[in-house]
Ligand binder design. Sequence first.
Ligand SMILES: NC(=O)c1ccc[n+]([C@@H]2O[C@H](COP(=O)([O-])OP(=O)(O)OC[C@H]3O[C@@H](n4cnc5c(N)ncnc54)[C@H](OP(=O)(O)O)[C@@H]3O)[C@@H](O)[C@H]2O)c1
Length: 337
Amino acid sequence: MTTSDTTDTTTTTTTTTTPTKGTTTMRAIQFTHYGQPTVLETVELPRPEAGPGETLVRVAGTTFNQVDATIRAGYLAEVFPVDLPHVPGIDVSGTVVAVGEGVSAELVGQDVVAFLPMTGPGASAEFAIVPAELLTRAPKTIASTDAAALASSGLTAWQAIVEHAQVRPGQRVLVNGAGGGVGGFAVQLAAAAGATVIATASTRSRDAVAAQGASQVIDYTTMPVVDALTEPVDVVLNLVRTSPEETAALVSLVKPGGVFVSTTTPGVVPPGVDVRTVSVFVRSDAAQLAHLVQLVDAGELAVDVSAYYPLDDLATVHALAEAGELRGKVVLTPTSR
Ligand SMILES: NC(=O)c1ccc[n+]([C@@H]2O[C@H](COP(=O)([O-])OP(=O)(O)OC[C@H]3O[C@@H](n4cnc5c(N)ncnc54)[C@H](OP(=O)(O)O)[C@@H]3O)[C@@H](O)[C@H]2O)c1
């Protein structure tokens, strides 16, 4: 992995600000208590100031992730304790408009992308605080809005396929749940590593998943994946919440010496079976994100945004997700005023 494009954030110590239409407030989406998507409301908040080690970014794009919905509903209050009111949104792309103490002033004006801390204030706002150590320059070859779609999903896919599964040429890799935000990157990264990729997707995601490099797409709505697979695989990446029976069936598809990697339900291996299991807990990693940016700019990794919504529609996006009506990676953009 190369780190050459990781932005140097560590030199000068000036705080710089760029006025925005003479206002020091910003539009944001927040929730003051856990609950249904309707708890998400548009508010006017003071524009934050970059503290030591931080940057202030004018947000071009943020995303929806399943974890946003579970945090909003209060299901993860112990795992990811957020302060209420909370501004959600863990992915951010945009332009640095100010830096805090200890951060290079050269960052001001740069287009950047970052995966934000899960429990801090998020990017569902016109401006977001981004720790300098977490950001990297945005890809030059895609829209600034779209770069947000790369951050947490791209990092999850990289960490699953490259770090944990260590996919090699000639292997067979099953990506279960390839129609989602992580799956789109995972299929591409596994195919780029030289693997034969088998993916599960429903009709709405079939073409996208095939274009991303899957040589076989199994429609999970018409047949169980275990019935559709004729040969075992070296790697299963499970991106779907599965029952114990479904998880066991997926583990049974892995060859001896292979690996079951999950971002959701952990794999359980029967006694005496030579299969490794890994549960992924994605971490923010600016150097790794810089490498993903390089792949994008080299035309080797596509950022496939399935839909755009104005930030004010965040509650609608959460409701659509809960109804199973979102596919792929959705980007939200702040409404200008
Ligand atoms: N542990 C971690 O660090 C970590 C990090 C990131 C994500 N995650 C979790 O990993 C999961 C995937 O993330 P994501 O962002 O890719 O989710 P996502 O974008 O919400 O994925 C939704 C997709 O899952 C597919 N799907 C739903 N039920 C399925 C089934 N029974 N079989 C196969 N595919 C099915 C659908 O694809 P179709 O369009 O084909 O119907 C849908 O588009 C989520 O649960 C997320 O919370 C965990």
